[in-house]
Design a protein around this ligand. Structure first.
Ligand code: ADP
Ligand code: MG
Ligand code: MG
Length: 868
């Protein structure tokens, strides 16, 4: 069996198609070498070895021989010797899974150095300082990754050494200083780990390989995979790559580049570069790098080679690439290429422009943008007219705007983030901070560039991030930071503008974004591919207008009761609920009728030509009742009633379990006059706006039906009202009456229910709640743990539980359509805007999904992906 694949020096064995086996990095190195991009030669050990090693606890037979053979080949290709000779061969040992997991696993550079080879490197390069700087970096990295001695402790020794010398920069230390430092480092390793630092390069190599494989199973790697839905069983490959040095003087350097701007999508080389530095220096944000344009002056020939390589790779992969490169004494090498991570805005622009450039088809363009990414484009921005107090302007690392309370520590963020908006403020972030970043609204760092850890991770999550705010002074001990003459304490509000890089004091209002022409074109293509219709959940004319702008094709859920809380309407609602007699209720209903009618007129106008599904009164009545003695007294005064008697009335409405109590159609069954009033308001509104020349399609939806008989009776009321209103007004409006399917009983008896229904709308929020027997309002206490420990794959209130709730949806659809072949089927509820759930709804053949206005484009794109 083959476990090792060579790359470079004209002997490449792998290719881009072997990502599963070689990992993204290994496949990229092989592909670059194959198409003539300069890469330092090396070899990749496959992910299969990782799987065998982690499961069986040992390497497969033959691996050692294959690695030895590949090393020998590498020695020939580089004309250097591993562990000896005049020119010692040094390698990096790099992890890389099939999916990129930025910063989640560790790479070791300069492996192969020991006291002997370091002297040889010093002699061969004529630069002892460089040799011993490389050596001390290696000891530090290796000890950290392989031997568990934390890097901080080495940094402290380095600081001490600089202090003793009275210098501030690493580069001011002499070769002898560094040689001494290496000895100190090794002594530290011995005391901390109880082991000697390995001198033998073979031991170093196998130690590093084992550490890379082991890093697949670290908690942070697992956490990243869980959040990104990457299987734990894939494993990582190990690439062993001959070292090239960016720290060999002013004709050397290192950097990262994107073939297009990853935040805006603008088609130009974008990136950062450091002269006389080695790989990690850029990513770690330790020194402030130059903009890539600065490389043109510093190293013009290499810059032009880089531009050419970038073009070649983009043409070859037909997508924007994210590149790592190093220049060693004027020679350019590429060390990595991968499809560039990008903001939603950049993704849309790149996809549309690549269609215009003839590189990809509209279909590919649609598939290139992940539905979730659109969310960023549609997010509110800081209101340009709001007065702001800007504390700092730094790098716009990930767009959007976010306000929250300042926290300085990721554990604190993890604790508070789920309950209140927090902004994580850090000097710089590292993979250990991930758990705090996930739950923060936004991230602010003082150090690091556009490709620093914070920036990359935030963009990936679609969170706003401002990076490298160097003028902010942190005082971690006091838990404050200061900037522009202000001191901000932990818990104070700040606002980040990730699109301009501004850090703003306090909580600033935001405005809705304007869709760009690129966005409109992409969405038009998506609309051409999808079959599912997309409606919106909207309760007001304003929401309806917003949703239409985002492409909603109707309202799938208008919750009539949401209007009950406006102004002093609630008094009439309470009067209606608390009435002792039909006559008294009639008085209250007569007050509500014109208000509801006016609301519906507004919504029908906004939705001219499109269907509007209106749900009749649904929530438990207690939600509307006055709470506490003061509110009761106040209401009694307004209604001219005795407060004591009113209190008794209120108490009579108390329910032990209101979500399963007197709500939904049960109210309409008990009080048909409420259903009557609402239906009258709907039909009168429809007749009125139709007379204005507006096209209306009301769809009246009966909530929380469990039995066919409930629906039959409520439908009769609605039909009777329609009859009467049409007769009185001498007009007619087409309408439908249907039901929500949100109880398991309804789903299981959907054939009977369908005899009385013209449509079903799956209320997947309640259906999830009732199927799991799980209260949505209380599940927060334990659901995260369920998801975290793998009992459930996802929060079922966010992503539909396909196995259980999905089966009910599928069953009800089949039973319903068995009776009414053209029964209209839709979904309202959070799941209508969740891409994975949308895929399922497409597959079971629903007609539409309905979601909140801002999610409409997400659902449109998800529906197109499902259909392609
Ligand atoms: P990551 O996945 O964290 O980016 P990499 O394996 O890509 O890890 O390497 C970390 C850094 O070291 C990168 O900047 C990379 O360019 C640099 N690097 C890796 N291998 C070499 C090498 N053989 N020569 C020079 N620099 C290298
Ligand atoms: Mg890399
Ligand atoms: Mg419901």
């Amino acid at each position: 069996d083959r476990y090792v694949y060579f790359f470079g020096a004209g002997e490449t064995e792998g290719s881009r198609d072997m990502k599963d086996l070689l990992g993204g990095k290994g496949a990229g190195l092989a592909e670059m070498a194959r198409i003539g991009v300069p890469v330092p030669p090396g070899f990749t050990i496959t992910t299969e070895v990782c799987r065998l090693y982690l499961h069986g606890g040992r390497y497969p037979d033959g691996l050692r021989e294959q690695v030895d053979a590949a090393l020998a080949r590498l020695e020939r290709a580089t004309d250097k010797r591993f562990g000896g000779g005049e020119a010692p061969l040094l390698v990096s040992v790099r992890s890389g899974a099939a999916f990129s997991m930025p910063g989640m696993m560790d790479t070791i550079l300069n492996l192969g150095l020991n006291d002997r080879t370091a002297e040889a490197l010093a002699a061969a390069s004529g630069d002892a300082r460089f040799a011993f700087d490389s050596y001390r970096r290696f000891v530090q990295m290796y000890a950290d990754v392989v031997m568990g001695v934390h890097a901080d402790q080495f940094e402290r020794l380095l600081e001490d050494a600089k202090h003793r010398r009275g210098v501030t920069l690493d580069t001011e230390l002499s070769a002898d200083d560094l040689r001494a430092l290496v000895a100190e480092f090794k002594a530290l390793v011995r005391t901390r780990s109880g082991k000697d630092f390995p001198e033998d390069p073979q031991d170093q190599l196998w130690g590093a390989i084992a550490a890379v494989f082991g890093s697949w199973d670290t908690p942070r790697a697992k956490a990243y995979r869980r959040i990104n839905n990457i299987s734990d069983s894939l494993g990582t490959a190990v690439s062993v790559c001959s070292m090239v040095f960016g720290n060999m003087g002013d004709d050397s350097g290192t950097g990262v580049a994107f073939t297009r701007d990853p935040s805006t999508g603008e088609p130009r080389l974008y990136g950062e570069f450091l002269v006389n530095a080695q790989g990690e220096d850029v990513v770690a944000g330790i020194r402030d790098p130059l903009h890539i344009d600065g490389m043109e002056q510093a190293l013009p020939a290499s810059f032009h080679e880089l531009v050419a390589a970038a073009r070649l790779l983009e043409d070859h992969y037909r997508d924007a690439q994210d590149l790592e490169f190093t220049v060693e004494k004027g020679r350019l090498y590429l060390l990595q290429t991968r499809n560039a991570k990008r903001t939603g805005r950049a993704a849309v622009r790149m996809a549309v422009e690549m269609v215009d450039e003839g590189r990809i088809t509209p279909e590919e363009a649609v598939l290139r943008v992940a539905p979730e990414q659109l969310d960023q484009l549609l997010h509110p921005m800081i209101d340009p007219s709001a007065p702001v107090r800007v504390l700092s302007t730094a790098l716009p690392a990930s767009p959007g705007a976010a306000s929250g309370r300042v926290v300085f520590n990721p554990d604190e963020a993890a604790e508070r983030g789920p309950h209140e908006p927090v902004i994580l403020v850090r000097r710089e972030t590292s993979p250990e901070d991930f758990h705090g970043m996930v739950v923060s609204q936004g991230i602010l760092t003082c150090r690091g560039g556009m490709t620093s850890h914070a920036a990359v991770v935030a963009r990936g999550m679609g969170k706003c991030c401002v990076a490298g705010a160097g003028d902010i002074v942190m005082d971690e001990a006091r838990r404050t930071f200061s900037a522009a003459g202000e001191t901000v304490r932990e818990g104070d509000w700040i606002t980040l503008d990730g699109s301009t890089g501004r850090v703003i004091l306090g909580k600033v209002p935001t405005v809705e974004p304007e869709p760009t022409p690129d966005f409109e074109r992409l969405m038009a293509w998506a609309d051409g591919f999808r079959r599912l219709r997309v409606r919106t959940n909207a309760d007001t004319p304003h929401d309806s207008v917003v949703a239409r702008r985002f492409g909603a094709e109707g309202i799938g859920l208008c919750r009539t009761e949401h209007m009950f809380f406006e102004g002093d309407r609630i008094d009439a609602v309470r009067e209606m609920i608390l009435a002792d007699s039909g006559a008294q209720r009639a008085i209250a209903l007569a007050k509500l009728l014109p208000m509801q009618r006016a609301d519906f007129e507004g919504i029908f106008r906004a939705m001219d030509g499109l269907p509007v599904t209106i749900r009749l009164l649904d929530p438990p009545l207690h939600e509307f009742l006055p709470h506490g003695p003061a509110e009761i007294r106040d209401l009694a005064r307004k209604l001219g009633q005795d407060p004591i008697r009113l209190r008794e009335q209120v108490e009579r409405h108390h329910e032990a379990n209101p979500m399963l109590g007197h709500r939904g159609c049960r109210l309409g069954i008990s009080f048909p006059d409420i259903t009557w009033m609402q239906a009258q308001a709907i039909f009168e509104a429809a007749v009125n706006v139709q007379a204005e020349g507006i096209t209306v399609f009301p769809e009246i939806m009966i909530p929380l039906v469990a039995t066919a008989e409930e629906l039959a009776r409520q439908r009769k009321v609605v039909d009777d009202v329609a009859h009467e209103v049409f007769f009185q007004c001498d007009a007619k409006v087409d309408y439908l009456v249907g039901t929500m399917i949100e109880l398991p009983r309804a789903a299981l008896t959907a054939d009977r229910i369908a005899e009385h229904a013209q449509f079903f709308s799956f209320g997947t929020n309640d259906l999830t709640q009732t199927t799991f027997g799980l209260s949505r309002d209380d599940a927060g206490r334990f659901l995260p743990e369920y998801v975290g420990s793998g009992i459930l794959p996802d929060d079922p209130f966010q992503t539909l539980d396909i196995d259980g709730v999905g089966r009910l949806v599928e069953t009800a659809s089949r039973l319903g359509r068995g009776v009414v072949a053209d029964l209209k089927l839709g979904v309202c509820g959070e799941h209508g805007g969740d891409p994975r759930s949308v895929t399922f709804f497409h597959q079971v053949g629903l007609d539409y999904v309905s979601c909140s206005p801002y999610r409409v484009p997400v659902a449109r794109l998800a529906a197109a992906h499902a259909a392609l």
